[in-house]
Design a binder for this molecule. Sequence first.
Ligand SMILES: NC(=O)c1ccc[n+]([C@@H]2O[C@H](COP(=O)([O-])OP(=O)(O)OC[C@H]3O[C@@H](n4cnc5c(N)ncnc54)[C@H](O)[C@@H]3O)[C@@H](O)[C@H]2O)c1
Length: 276
Amino acid sequence: MSKKLDGKVALITGSGRGIGRSIAMKLAEDGARLVINDLDADPAQETVEAIKAMGGEAVACVGSVTAPDFSERFIGAAVEHFKGIDIIVNNAGYTWDNVIQKMTDEQWYAIMDCHLTAPFRILRAAQPVIRALSKAEMDGGVRKVRKVVNISSMAGVFGNVGQSNYSAAKAGIMGLTQALAKEWGRMNVTVNCVAFGLIKTRLTGSTAEGATTNIDGRDIKVGVNPGLLSMMEQTIPLGRGGTPEEAAGSVYLFCIPESDYVSGQTLICSGGLTGM
Ligand SMILES: NC(=O)c1ccc[n+]([C@@H]2O[C@H](COP(=O)([O-])OP(=O)(O)OC[C@H]3O[C@@H](n4cnc5c(N)ncnc54)[C@H](O)[C@@H]3O)[C@@H](O)[C@H]2O)c1
């Protein structure tokens, strides 16, 4: 039986771990060929191997999405290895929190660069490739729908204490989504956004576990205070944080043909939480 994403080429940033990895596995299970990215080479390669182990195809494009040459390398990897682009998921990210009076310019720009400027550059670099593919298909009388899914957060929809940088960037990606849905409709590209609530990953693990991520030479603490984490879970109507697989499921909805006429939308995946 043919799969819904058979042969599609999907590019996913930050897919070495967490939600990005689960999205990659979900799309690969449904037949997509993957360009895997992560800041860290080992987890990226591990995702590639996991996809190959189940009979799929994947290549890694390692490096920070904020590097000036990243977008060209990332789009180039898809064209070189798979001769096309069908799905782009802008997922890579981390948080670097502080109340506004203590937030440095460096903190502000680092989060803006990762969550907003990098997706903008990736999509800008993808445009000529998608335009050429779409034009050739339309000239041949074929309408092929492509998909962009940008990852936002409840912090972007409602704001969050200590996250003015992250909230602003995640609100910005919703604006970028809406603008591009209008610009790219004529190329048959749907552009949507998924805003997550609490999903249990390294990003939201307990700070007691002491995980850090090294971004551009800086060790940044990841995780949430355990007391706050359990309080957050109690406010969720479904009574728990989501799994990365559940998060991936909501992204998948925007990647399959059933959503071909949905564009410019933000889907909240939060276990029923409607505010913060
Ligand atoms: N987990 C949640 O509760 C939650 C909630 C709302 C939104 N989000 C968003 O979901 C996305 C995925 O987060 P996650 O929870 O899976 O986190 P995670 O830390 O488990 O995974 C994120 C991955 O992105 C990679 N990454 C970080 N910065 C990068 C960069 N500059 N270039 C390339 N790769 C980079 C990390 O190395 C990591 O492997 C992020 O955009 C995050 O803001 C997560």
